[in-house]
Ligand binder design. Structure first.
Ligand code: FAD
Ligand code: MLT
Ligand code: ZN
Length: 457
């Protein structure tokens, strides 16, 4: 781990004036955890973790750091996977831990306001208590935060039904790099009054402002569910099946896929049998939700699919949870093999299967000792390409994978963001005009360039 730079004593005093001595953490034993990412691939060092407790305190922290030219990394649950949430260049970490809490659910409108440090699980629980649901869900729900999910435009397991975080976002409260508080929480379902500033902050990865709260749209809570694991002999058959399910199964809520080696790895990790045993070339997990028997609806839709080599249907909560456990433990299972290179890509539907078939060979060509793991949100055209057995700073596999993505007209980041890991590739994908526009926006909202300066741009 690199050595932490010292915090200027004048800035330390100024920050203590804003947040109080208890919330400026400088003990290296305490701050070390905030300096390394979830995968262990990105390790930095920080002179301090500062924990403001309100938007006004966040503004105070940003203003004082801007005055001293000291950079900040906003951090929520630190579950980000692209090296964007950790102080790789000695930045001060601005933690959202004390910005947690949910407001009342608007019972008729189906909306909730939550502090940036609130966990996704807490939003889901508050929504459920009021008879609604939150449309975004993923395995890190207990740790990942509202602020982090807005900053990354997190996707997850139900995008095929509800869209990513951006689709749930009505408005945010945020402290811009200028130190001003932008209160955009009052935005309504239909609101065409000027620029969508909350939408701009969504996916900005902490480079334009620190999100302090968000107003989120909820979706109806559906009481009945079914889930099936379907086997296919090829990625092409699985992609065709997803297209048919999206048209023919109105309650489709999830369409998640992984390969055979991935099924075996996660089963071994869990000490369980694979959902389909022996694992087929591709396992597709299909979930649907609605009112009334979903098993019949799912079975009828599956009947119409070609190329299904096997199926396991979960018709009660316990079996559904067991199947989901296989899918949701994939990240953890891969991490038992060492810090992976994680590429999170999306492709047009007609390029998905070809990409999935070709990418292992492209990786093997530059790193014969590496192992490739493929899984992801097939319903959204989003595949996670994980590579183990390569050094953390060896960019050859990233170049091989992301180069293939761009050749196939894909996106180098579907849902995790660009972070520090993929900056060069983002510029290549978006092109000079878009990058210059982003730099101009950054300069306007963060003139001192102190918010996550190593991320995205
Ligand atoms: P952090 O990791 O702390 O930060 C992420 C980024 O947001 C950083 O750039 C940071 O600077 C910025 N940021 C954080 N808080 C704020 C704030 N208040 N204001 C401004 N910027 C801020 N992601 C998906 O999209 N889909 C998945 O299915 C998915 N599954 C996952 C499963 C596991 C097991 C793990 C570990 C991660 C998974 N992720 C997934 C990635 C991760 O959970 C998301 O990127 C999440 O949105 C990060 O939230 P966080 O609170 O942990 O943010
Ligand atoms: C997932 O879909 O499980 C995640 O995005 C996490 C990962 O890519 O490991
Ligand atoms: Zn994912």
């Amino acid at each position: 781990m690199p050595e932490a730079p010292a915090l200027d004593p004048r800035l330390a005093r100024a920050l203590v004036e804003v947040v109080g001595a208890d919330h400026l953490l400088t003990d290296p034993d305490v701050t070390a955890g905030a300096a390394v990412d979830w995968t262990g691939r990105f390790r930095g060092a920080t002179p301090a973790v500062v924990r403001p407790g309100s938007a006004a305190e966040v503004a105070g922290v940003v203003q004082r750091c801007a005055a001293e030219g000291v950079a900040l990394v906003p951090q929520g649950g630190n579950t980000g996977l692209v090296g964007g949430s950790v102080p790789l260049a000695g930045e001060v970490v601005l933690s959202s831990a004390r910005l947690a809490g949910v407001g009342d659910v608007d019972p008729d409108g189906g909306r909730i306001t939550a502090g940036a440090g609130t966990s996704i699980a807490a939003v889901q629980a508050a929504a459920a208590e009021a008879g609604w649901a939150y449309g975004v869900d993923w395995a890190a729900r207990d740790t990942a935060t509202v602020g982090g999910s807005v900053a990354t435009d997190a996707g997850g397991l139900h995008v095929v039904a509800h869209g990513s975080t951006r689709a749930q976002l009505l408005g945010v409260e945020a402290v811009l790099g200028t130190g001003e508080v932008l209160d955009d929480l009052g935005r309504l379902e239909k609101d065409a009054t000027g620029y969508d500033l909350s939408g701009l902050l969504c996916g900005s990865e902490g480079t334009l402002g620190v999100v302090t709260a968000a107003r989120l749209r909820l979706v109806p809570a559906l009481p009945d569910r079914a889930l099936a694991a379907l086997g296919f002999g090829s990625w092409a058959d699985a992609v065709t099946a997803v297209g048919l399910l999206r048209r023919g199964l109105p309650g489709l809520e999830a369409a998640e896929a992984h390969g055979a080696a991935e099924a075996a790895l996660v089963a071994g990790h869990l000490g369980a049998s694979p959902a389909l045993d022996p694992p087929p070339a591709v396992t597709l997990l299909v979930g649907c939700a609605g009112h009334g028997d979903q098993v019949d609806a799912l079975a009828a839709a599956v009947d119409g699919l070609a190329g299904v080599t096997g199926a396991a249907v979960a018709d009660d909560g316990a079996r559904r949870a067991a199947l989901w456990r296989h899918r949701e433990s994939m990240t953890e299972a891969i991490s038992t093999l060492g810090s992976p290179h994680k590429m999170d890509v999306s492709l047009p539907a007609d390029a998905l299967a070809g990409f999935a078939e070709e990418v292992p060979a492209r990786i093997a060509a530059v790193a014969p000792e590496a192992r490739t793991w493929l899984f992801g949100h097939l319903g959204d055209g989003n595949l996670h390409v994980n590579v183990t057995g390569v050094a953390p700073d060896d960019a050859a596999v990233d170049d091989a994978v992301l180069g293939l993505v761009l050749e196939r007209r894909g996106s180098i980041s579907a849902e995790h963001g660009v972070g520090t890991a993929k900056r060069r590739w983002a510029a290549e994908q978006r092109g000079p005009t878009a990058m210059a526009a982003m730099a101009a926006i950054k300069a306007a909202l963060d003139p001192a360039g102190i918010l996550n300066p190593a991320v995205l741009l």
